[in-house]
Design a protein. Structure first.
Length: 299
């Protein structure tokens, strides 16, 4: 599939010139789109439709450095190559500090140089995406890891405090997981963790979050959810596990259940620590009741 590149430049001649350079590339093929204003360029960049962006320094009354900063602030991850007619080292440093992955001086650009710069930016972006994934996701299950989950949980607690919107924290623990490892081996335990994660993720909405909280314990953040709805979601998750055994290594069939503890912000807690403690206490209550059930805090 041909990748799309965005050029943000207020000079139509520069667009035509860049198009001609693209046609001279030796190996890579790209489709080039053009935006001639700051506002149009920012909107297209934030759309996420482009593999990379070529951004001019001068954009009328505003400049490309400002656009990079605004785009990054708004969550843009598209790799940006900065273009300028100036060879000032200060502009070079400012561009890279603002978030650009490369820097080219217009009067010195050749097709080979531009092709190399695009290839470099795209490869570096792939590496950065992989590193971000490693930093935020659990390698076994593919779920969010504990560090990233703690960060998101803190954000939601703060949002709930500010706007009064409820959300639920659900902690789930696989029942008798040690027995799975002892009876079938750790490879079977890994397979169980992966399939449990997949089944729980399938039952969540796109706005919810699921993480490996630690060991065989998983955690869910359920947005705009009260106690009754959170309990229902936990029960659905438990039913999804009971519905069919999990196939482990060697064709082994493992039947798995989970216990869940539910706590709701702001009704059960007013801080991250209190919310986790309330959900954890409810989880222990579920285990005390015989496991394979869901219990809500304060009830």
């Amino acid at each position: 599939m041909t990748r799309r590149i965005l050029l943000i430049d207020d000079d139509r001649l520069q667009f035509r010139y860049t198009q001609a350079q693209f046609k001279s590339f030796r190996a890579d093929r790209y489709d080039l789109d053009w935006a001639e204003t700051y506002e149009a360029g920012l909107a297209r960049l934030l759309s996420g439709d482009y593999s990379a962006c070529l951004l001019d320094y001068q954009l009328g009354a505003r400049d490309g450095l400002e656009l990079i900063r605004e785009a990054v602030t708004k969550g843009c991850r598209t790799p940006i190559i900065f273009l300028t007619a100036e060879s000032s080292e200060n502009v070079d440093i400012q561009a890279m500090n603002s978030g650009a992955l490369d820097y080219l001086v217009k009067g010195e650009i050749t097709p080979r140089m531009l092709e190399r710069s695009l290839r470099y930016a795209l490869k570096l972006d792939e590496t950065l995406v992989a590193l971000r994934d490693l930093a935020t996701h659990d390698p076994l299950t593919g779920l969010l890891n504990r560090r990233e989950f703690d960060r998101l949980l803190a954000e939601e607690v703060e949002r709930s405090r500010r706007f009064g919107h409820p959300f639920a924290l659900v902690l789930g623990d696989i029942d008798h997981f040690k027995a799975v490892n002892d009876s079938h081996g750790h490879q079977a335990g890994d397979a169980v963790l992966q399939e449990v994660s997949r089944r729980l993720a399938t039952g969540l909405r796109s706005v919810d979050r699921l993480a490996r909280f630690g060991g065989e314990e998983l955690a869910m953040i359920l947005m705009e959810t009260d106690r009754a709805a959170a309990l229902e979601a936990a029960q659905r998750a438990g039913a999804a596990l009971e519905h069919a055994p999990i196939k482990a290594n060697g064709g082994t069939q493992v039947r798995v259940t989970m216990s869940f503890g539910v706590a709701v912000m702001p009704h059960d807690a007013d801080s991250v620590e209190a919310l986790v403690a309330a959900a954890d206490k409810a989880l222990y209550a579920a285990k005390a009741r015989g496991r394979n059930c869901s219990v809500a805090a304060s009830g």
